[in-house]
Design a protein around this ligand. Structure first.
Ligand code: G16
Length: 542
């Protein structure tokens, strides 16, 4: 029987860069989670016979929310729910399942790389029928509904056994508990030259993959160890835990330091990689060589045709605005279109659907292609493995070869976390007011060529997104970008992105911090970071 539960709106249920992300304790308030899910169902009513995909990264609070979402989906008229066994579906696997089974959409329960556990974070993302994150028009409709909501719908039904594959009935709705790995692993096998990678492994190629006790563990074991022949133990921290073992599942040089130290040490394997909470981010480190996400995008784009799935060539490349222009140089040489979008994978969806881009990437450790509509951590790892096996080259040699051909975009992101929101907003507002006066001004050896606030008009649906970050461009191609993060859950996070281009005959193997020192000094002078925030150094440099 369908039951109608009265409720009142909550403030602050506005999806950010990637869904609604809040502390678990916020989601645990009575009606809070249900209000948001009902707002999704009200904003995007299911068509007749619709399928909904539900899964998550295995973090604390996933299971009760999955059970509740199943009952609510039945009460709201869905005909079928596909849910990953154990409640598990990585974000890219969920995207694939939505596409493969023609679902109307999906709920992905994850706060991505944010820590998990009763005192940490939780999140809910809604993906649309193309498998990608809901575009702004949909997230705005969801937010609007959260502000007027007065009831949510559910059914009296017992919990589903999430741990056993099979089917169950909730009212008129069928629930299928599916293998979370099988469809995704088959998709990867269709894109990449598994025999070539297997041959490299048999020939002694070694790797370490850090799953960070998050969702990619089962996927990485099934693909890397079972199918590609890497020895057991190649996947480290492979069991998903509700609190990620107490770690911060963000695959960067700070939180994946153990992997970094291994890769820089005397016993480094040939290849090191990691993924995040929900499996959409990636970290790539060769023996003795870290590859920035921006460079990884450019290097993968330049070499993608070594993989069978991309042998016909690329239709175009897309990157988020703060991502370095390294990929633009590959696109220019190959005569490919290159699109610059705001931060957020959702902005790639229309380009991928329209066949305007094949490979997309972001500085925030995200790379992916038109095989799904999310960024995909293991996909990036497998494309790297395919390229290395086909070219019989090391990561370091590939990077040097790339820079010698295209030049090098030295790049770093400085994050100032949990700063006072008012101070952060004031910093950005002041910066915006100075935009007109900045051009022509010198900061040490750097002279400002142009400065603006990034605005984007989607070339497919013509949607306009304003205020997507402040860009300060210098003579010679160096750049500083200032942005406030849309994924933090405490105060504000200021991101400062520094980039300097060195041509192919320039200094290609110098320390990044040294190459970017003038830009870091200029960033503080331009934005008054210390003055506004009281911080004299970033919390995280990636
Ligand atoms: C999310 C989005 C990405 C975005 C990243 C950083 O990643 O999906 O597109 O680049 O956040 O966003 P921000 O700079 O606003 O914090 P994830 O992996 O957290 O879902």
């Amino acid at each position: 029987m369908i039951r109608t539960i009265p409720t009142h709106p909550f403030d602050g249920q506005k999806p950010g860069t990637s869904g609604l992300r809040k502390p678990v304790k916020v989601f645990q308030q009575p009606n809070y989670t249900e209000n948001f899910i009902q707002a999704v169902f009200d904003a995007v009513p299911p068509p007749g016979g619709a399928t909904l995909v539900i899964g998550g990264d295995g973090r604390f609070y996933n299971r009760p929310v999955i059970q509740q979402a199943i009952r609510m989906a039945a009460a709201n008229g869905y005909a079928r729910v596909l849910v990953g066994q154990g409640g598990i579906l990585s974000t890219p696997a969920a995207s694939h399942v939505i596409r493969k089974y023609g679902a109307a959409g999906g709920l992905i329960l994850s706060a991505s790389h944010n820590p998990g556990g009763p005192d940490a974070d939780f999140g809910i993302k809604y993906n649309i029928a193309n498998g990608g994150p809901a575009p702004e028009s949909v997230t705005e409709a969801i937010h609007a509904r959260t502000q007027t909501i007065d009831r949510w719908l559910t059914m009296d039904a017992p919990d589903i056994d999430l741990d056993t594959q099979g089917t169950a009935q909730v009212g008129a709705m069928r629930v299928e508990v599916i293998d979370p790995v099988a469809d995704y692993a088959a998709l990867m096998e269709s894109l990449f030259d598994f025999p070539a990678i297997r041959a490299a492994v048999a020939g002694g190629f070694t790797m370490a993959f850090d799953a960070m006790h998050a969702v990619t563990g089962p996927y990485a074991q099934a693909i890397l160890e079972d199918r590609l022949g890497f020895p057991r133990g190649t996947v480290r921290n492979g069991v998903p835990l509700e609190d990620f073992g107490g770690y911060h599942p963000d695959p960067n040089l700070v939180h994946a330091k153990a992997l970094y130290d291994l890769m820089m040490g005397p016993d480094a394997p040939d290849f090191g990689a990691a993924s995040d909470g929900d499996g959409d981010r990636n970290l790539i480190i060769g023996r003795g060589r870290f590859i920035t996400p921006s460079d990884s995008l450019a290097m993968l784009a330049a070499n993608a045709t070594y993989a069978p799935g991309y042998a016909q060539g690329l239709k175009g490349i897309a990157r988020s605005m703060p991502t370095s222009a390294a990929a633009d140089r590959v696109a220019a040489e190959w005569g490919l279109p290159c699109h610059e979008t705001p931060t957020g994978w959702k902005f790639f969806g229309t380009l991928l659907d329209a066949g305007m881009a094949t490979i997309c990437g972001e500085e925030s450790a995200g790379t992916g292609s038109d095989h799904v509509r999310e960024k995909d951590g293991l996909w990036a790892v497998l494309l790297w493995l395919n390229v290395l096996a086909a070219r019989r080259i090391s990561v370091d040699a590939l990077a040097r070869d790339h820079w010698a051909r295209f030049g090098r975009n030295y790049y770093a992101r400085h994050d100032y976390e949990a700063i006072d929101t008012t101070a952060a907003n004031r910093l950005m507002a002041e910066l915006e007011q100075r935009l007109d006066t900045l051009p022509g001004t010198a900061f040490g050896p750097l002279r400002v060529a142009a400065a603006d606030s990034f605005s984007y008009t989607d070339p497919v649906d013509h949607a306009v997104s304003r205020n997507q970050g402040i860009r300060v461009l210098f003579d010679g191609g160096s750049r500083i970008v200032f942005r406030l993060s849309g994924t933090g859950t405490q105060g504000a996070t200021l991101r400062v992105y520094l980039e300097r281009f060195e041509p192919a005959d320039g200094a290609l193997d110098t320390d990044t911090a040294i190459m970017l020192a003038d830009l870091a000094t200029a960033a503080d002078a331009i934005a008054g970071i210390a003055r506004h925030t009281g911080r004299t150094a970033p919390d995280v440099v990636t």
